[in-house]
Structure formats: structure tokens, C-alpha cells
Design a protein around this ligand. Sequence first.
Ligand SMILES: C[S@@+](CC[C@H](N)C(=O)[O-])C[C@H]1O[C@@H](n2cnc3c(N)ncnc32)[C@H](O)[C@@H]1O
Length: 278
Amino acid sequence: MAYSGPFQAGDRVQLTDPKRRHATITLVEGEQYFTHKGAIRHDDIIGQDEGTVVKSEQGCEYLCFRHLLVDHVLSMPRGAAVIYPKDSAQILVEGDIFPGARVLEAGAGSGALSMTLLRAVGHEGEVFSYEIREDHLEYAQKNVEWYFNGAPENWHPRLGDFNDVTVEDLGGPVDRIILDMLAPWECLATAKSLLQPGGVLMTYVATVPQLMKVMEGIREQQCFTEPRAWESLIRDWRVEGLATRPEHRMNAHTAFLVWTRRLADGVTPPRPQRKARK
Ligand SMILES: C[S@@+](CC[C@H](N)C(=O)[O-])C[C@H]1O[C@@H](n2cnc3c(N)ncnc32)[C@H](O)[C@@H]1O
């Protein structure tokens, strides 16, 4: 699938009708897509620029754009809950996922974060995605292959428990580790053994007890910096003249993010200094 330029056969295209309903099709020469307003010929879209309008047989107009990664993540089939785009954006920036990075994640779940990581590390980087459940790994593989039109060479989806992973399995220590699973505090000793000194570890947990356990677990390892925890809240706005206001509805909670960095071997974390109470 191309990411820009005129539409080509093989591109996934999102069609939006006048009621803002979406349908996604994959362009195939000579094919038709049937709507309740008649057929749309794929050949009417192939060769056109993105943002074009195509008409069905009965004259209904559809706006055509390529399917973006966020569209794919929010509409693809899921085995496990995905990391939402607002949170994967935080992981990319706060986790400092750089082009060429070697990133390890668990669990792969539905593959949402895998795709975001693969885009960020580029062709020079590598993403290792471990998943303990075979059925979930299949979802991840199908979703990633569907999005990239095949399995990227630098993606290593593997069935297994994160706690069984060794440095040899990865061909050396990794730069970044992201844990999105029920009990990440059980995986911290393994994360320590797989992460480069200076490497960033991030975890994604949904509830307060999980957050407390993972923060305490990181402190107990004595090989990470004082962890930082936060959540991101995104509130959309409706901007329409005098009716301009925040939207009434929002996704108020997805999960908490936890961030820390691996210290050099043999170094224990300096005690955080707190202000003395007067
Ligand atoms: C919430 S999902 C991950 C979703 C994924 N990050 C995404 O964006 O699509 C959590 C996954 O972690 C897997 N899991 C739990 N413990 C694991 C472990 N120790 N090793 C590998 N995978 C594990 C579960 O089977 C589940 O599929």
C-alpha cells in the first residue's frame, strides 16, 4: 500500500458518505463496491488524487482518502484491548522510540502498538513482540500483515512468555521495552536483564492497584530510576460559532503510563530527596 500520491490498486481507501459513515475498501482493478446507493467502480478511484469525490451508480457522493494508521487500529479485529492512539503517541515520544531503535514489547495483543512502533523505528530498527496466547498472536500477525501488505522483515512476532526471553533470543540487549499486560511487575527482573543501561522501560496498566504494584516493583529492583506515572486525557472541542464548547463525551480513562530508565550495572538509584516539612 502506498502512503501518498494518486490512488493505486492495493491501496486501502476509506469512503465517507454524506452522513459521515465510513466504509473501507481495498482497490482492485475492475472491481466494484456495492452500497445501498448503487455500485462504485474501483477504476473510478484508481489514478485519482486523495481527497477526490466518487459517485455511486445512483449519484451518491463519497469522499475518498487512504486509510490512516489510526483508522486501521480503531477498526481492525481485536483479540485483546488495544493501546489507544492517544497513549501510543505518548509512548512514542516519552519512550523516545527513535529510528533504528531495537524495541521489545509484550504482549503483542492485537498488534496495535506493534504497528506504531514499526513505523517509528523505520527499516533500520527492529521490533520484537512477545505474546503468551496463540490466538492473540494470530490477531496481531493478521492485523500487522494487513496494514503493511505483508510481514515487515524487521518485525519479530513470537509466541511465548516474556519471562522466558533471553538476551540471546534478541541478538543482544534492547534499547526500549514496553509492557502492556495484566501483571508487568512479574516481568521486571527479566526487563532488567534485557534492557541496555540507559534504556527506557514503559508499562501500561489500567487500574490503580496495578499502578501501585508496578511502581513498587520498579523501586524494589534497585536498578531503575525513580519511576514516573501519568495518564493522558484528550477532550475534543466542537467549534461552531457561539456554540463553541468542549464535547460532552470523552474517553475519560484508558490506562496509566509508567516510565523509568535502566541504570548502569552495579549502580543503585540515588534516594529521591523530599523537601523537609516546616
Ligand atoms: C492488552 S493486551 C496488549 C495489547 C497490545 N499492546 C495492542 O496494542 O494491541 C495484553 C496481552 O498481553 C498478553 N500477555 C500477558 N502476560 C504476558 C506475558 N507474560 N508474556 C507475553 N504476553 C503476555 C496477553 O495474552 C494479552 O494478549
